[in-house]
Design a protein. Structure first.
Length: 79
């Protein structure tokens, strides 16, 4: 069991999935073009590898917490 880092209550374990066969991506909100987004994106779910990443949901404060995939095309430092 995981505690919510926001409110300290128990979180429910689950998986990220989609109904349609599409990738799910995270992009920095300050990037405007597709190329800028692609440079710093994180693939949450890769359709072609049939992934269902683990995530924890807090029903109290409506937060979702998950690990970032190791192969993410993202720099973890700001230049």
């Amino acid at each position: 069991m995981m505690e919510c880092p926001y409110c300290g209550r128990p979180m429910k374990a689950g998986r990220i999935d989609t109904v349609k066969p599409v990738n799910m991506e995270w992009y920095p909100e300050d990037k405007e073009s597709f190329l800028e987004k692609a440079e710093n994106s994180i693939t949450i779910k890769n359709t072609y590898q049939f992934e269902r990443p683990a995530a924890w949901l807090c029903f109290h404060c409506h937060k979702l917490v998950m690990d970032v995939p190791e192969r993410a095309n993202f720099r973890f430092t700001e230049d």
